[in-house]
Ligand binder design. Structure first.
Ligand code: BYC
Length: 472
C-alpha cells in the first residue's frame, strides 16, 4: 500500500486504525508533541503560511506535494518504505535468515538504545535552530529552514512509532523522554555531543546541514540495512527527505562562498568583512568546528558496540548489500588511523570493531565532494585559496584522538602550540560576533542578505522571488 491515509488523525501507511492500542498510544503522544513543537519549534512564525512539501506517498515518483500551510498544521505522519517481499538479513550472525518483522527478544535493549539515540537527534536539531527564522537572509532560506524543521519533526515521529509499536511500555516511556530532554540543557541534555552545541547564526546552520545532517545520512543508511525490518523501512523513507537537508547545507555554504568571492573580486581584497561578506578564513574556521564535532558522532575508531550492532544484524555498513565480501567480517581487517603515542599511525584492526571508522571514511569522502564543489567556485573567480577539511584527529572529544591535540593538517602538537594557534583554527568570539552582526532579516521576496548569493533557481519550479513564506 503506497498511498497514505490523510483522513486519519495521524496520517500513516501502516494500517494504524487496525491496531487500536498503538493508535491510542500515538494519539496520546500527539498533543504532547504539538506542545513541544509550540514551545521548542521555530520561534515566532507558527501562524505564518509557508510553502512546504508534505509526504503523500512512499512511491519514488511524486511522493510529496507542495502547498502553503502553517507549521503546526503540518501533517506529521508515519510512513514506511514499501516492504521488500522475502527480504533476508544481509550481514552478521543471522545473515541469510528472514528479516525480523518484530524485535528479537535478545536484542531488545540494544535496539531500543539505537532507536532512541537516532530519535533524540531529530527534536534536538529543531531546538538548536529555533531562533534562526528571525534573522533569515531571505524568504527562500526561511522556507528551507522550516522545511527541514518540520521534516526533523516527522523523523521524530518515525522513531516514536517504532518505540510505541515494538517496545511496549518501555517504548512509550522513551517516547515521552524524547520530548523532555533539551538541546544544551545542563540537567537533561540531548544524547550526542553535536546536538548540544548552539546554532546561533545562518553560517552555523548551513554548516550543520552540510556536516551534521550528513552524519544523519550515513547513520540512517546503516540502519536501513537492519535485519529489524520496520527500522529498515522507516530509515529508507527518511533518507528520501534527508536528501533535501543536505542540499540546503551544501548550496547554503556554496552561496556564501560565491558571494565572498564576488566581493573579493570586486574590491580586490581578502578582507570582505567591511563589504558585508564573510571572509574565507572565517568560513574555514567554521568548517573546522562543524566537521570535527560531526566526526565525533561516529563514535570511537575501535568500538565493540559497533561490532555487536553488526554481528547482531541490527546496523550494517553503508551500502552493505553492494559490498563484495562475506558480510560477516570475522577474519577481515580494516586500516584505522589512530593516535599512537605522539604520532598518528594507520593500523590494521579487526574489521568488526572498526565499523565506526569505516563509516567515518565513507562520510569523509562524501564531505570532500562538497568541498571540491565550493573550491571550484573559488577557482572560477580566479582566487588562489582552497578550503579543506581538518584532519580527522583535530578537535575531537570522542575516540583515540580525544587524548591529544592535533592540528588541522594532522600533526600531534603540544598544549602550548594548541593554545597559541587555536584562534587560527576555530571560530573566535570576534568571528562569532561579526557573523552575528550580519544576521539582519531580509524578508522582501527575491531579496537576499549581503553575505549570501541568491540560488540559481527556486523550489519546486517556483521563481526565486516567489513569496515562500507569507509574513502578512
Ligand atoms: N556524543 O563505542 P562508542 C541525525 C557514546 S544524526 C556523546 O564510541 P558506538 C541528524 C556512545 O553512545 C545521526 N556520546 O560508539 C542529523 C556509547 O555510550 P554507551 C544520529 C557518544 O556506540 C542532523 C559510548 O560513547 N544517529 O540523524 O559504537 C539533524 C561509547 O561508544 C558519542 C545515530 O547516531 C557522541 N558523539 O557509536 C537531525 C545512529 N559517540 O552506549 C538528525 C544510532 C559515542 O556506552 N547511534 N558516544 O552509554 C549509533 O549508531 C551509535 O550510538 C553511535 C555511537 C554511532 C552514535
Amino acid at each position: 500500500m503506497a498511498g497514505i491515509d490523510y483522513t486519519e488523525r495521524i496520517p500513516n501507511n501502516v494500517n494504524l486504525s487496525e491496531n487500536r492500542r498503538l493508535q491510542r498510544a500515538l494519539e496520546e503522544w500527539q498533543p504532547r508533541f504539538l506542545e513541544w513543537w509550540k514551545d521548542m519549534g521555530p520561534d515566532g512564525f507558527q501562524a505564518k503560511e509557508a510553502y512546504l512539501r508534505t509526504a503523500v506517498s512512499v512511491d519514488a515518483q511524486g511522493w510529496a506535494k507542495f502547498d502553503y500551510l502553517r507549521m503546526p498544521e503540518y501533517r506529521w505522519g508515519i510512513f514506511l518504505a514499501e516492504p521488500e517481499p522475502g527480504r533476508l538479513i544481509g550481514f552478521g550472525d543471522h545473515k541469510g535468515k528472514a528479516a525480523w518483522p518484530d524485535v528479537p527478544g535478545e536484542y531488545r535493549g540494544v535496539l531500543r538504545r539505537l532507536i532512541v539515540t537516532q530519535g533524540d537527534t531529530e527534536p534536538a536539531s529543531v531546538e538548536q535552530q529555533r531562533h534562526l527564522g528571525r534573522t533569515c537572509p531571505s524568504l527562500y532560506d526561511l522556507r528551507n529552514l522550516f522545511q527541514v524543521n518540520v521534516e526533523e519533526g516527522r523523523h521524530l515521529w518515525a522513531m516514536v512509532y517504532l518505540l510505541d509499536a515494538h517496545f511496549g511500555r518501555d517504548g512509550r516511556e522513551e517516547s515521552e523522554a524524547l520530548l523532555q530532554r533539551r538541546s544544551g540543557d545542563r540537567d537533561k541534555p540531548r544524547i550526542l555531543g553535536a546536538f548540544n552545541e548552539r546554532t546561533p547564526d545562518w553560517l552555523s546552520y548551513y554548516m550543520f546541514c552540510f556536516f551534521t545532517d550528513r552524519d544523519g545520512k550515513y547513520q540512517l543508511a546503516s540502519l536501513a540495512e537492519s535485519g529489524f525490518d520496520p527500522l529498515s523501512r522507516t530509515c529508507r523513507f527518511m533518507l528520501t527527505e534527508e536528501a533535501h537537508h543536505m542540499f540546503v547545507g551544501e548550496t547554503g555554504v556554496g552561496r556564501i562562498v560565491q558571494r565572498t568571492c564576488e566581493l573579493m573580486r570586486e574590491h580586490k581584497t581578502d578582507d570582505v568583512r567591511k563589504f558585508g561578506g564573510i571572509d574565507l578564513a572565517t568560513i574555514q574556521r567554521y568548517i573546522n568546528f562543524h566537521c570535527s564535532v560531526s566526526l565525533d558522532l561516529f563514535g570511537s575508531e575501535v568500538s565493540t558496540n559497533a561490532a555487536n550492532f553488526y554481528t547482531m544484524g541490527l546496523k550494517g555498513r553503508f551500502e552493505e548489500t553492494k559490498k563484495p565480501d562475506d558480510h560477516q567480517l570475522k577474519e577481515a581487517t580494516y586500516p584505522v588511523v589512530e593516535l599512537d603515542g605522539d604520532r598518528i599511525a594507520t593500523r590494521e584492526e579487526p574489521a568488526l570493531v572498526s565499523l565506526n571508522e569505516r563509516l567515518r571514511d565513507d562520510y569523509v569522502a562524501d564531505c570532500v565532494r562538497g568541498l571540491t564543489r565550493w573550491n571550484e567556485t573559488i577557482k572560477r573567480h580566479g582566487i588562489d585559496v582552497e578550503l579543506a577539511l581538518p584532519h580527522r584527529g583535530f578537535h575531537r572529544v570522542i575516540g583515540s584522538f580525544a587524548e591529544a591535540k592535533v592540528s588541522p593538517d594532522g600533526r600531534v602538537i603540544s598544549e602550548a602550540e594548541w593554545d597559541a594557534r587555536r584562534r587560527d583554527w576555530l571560530p573566535t568570539e570576534e568571528d562569532q560576533a561579526f557573523v552575528q552582526s550580519l544576521m539582519q532579516p531580509v524578508v522582501e521576496p527575491g531579496k537576499f542578505a549581503s553575505w549570501i548569493a541568491p540560488p540559481p533557481r527556486g523550489i519546486n519550479g517556483k521563481p526565486v522571488d516567489f513569496e515562500y513564506v507569507r509574513l502578512e
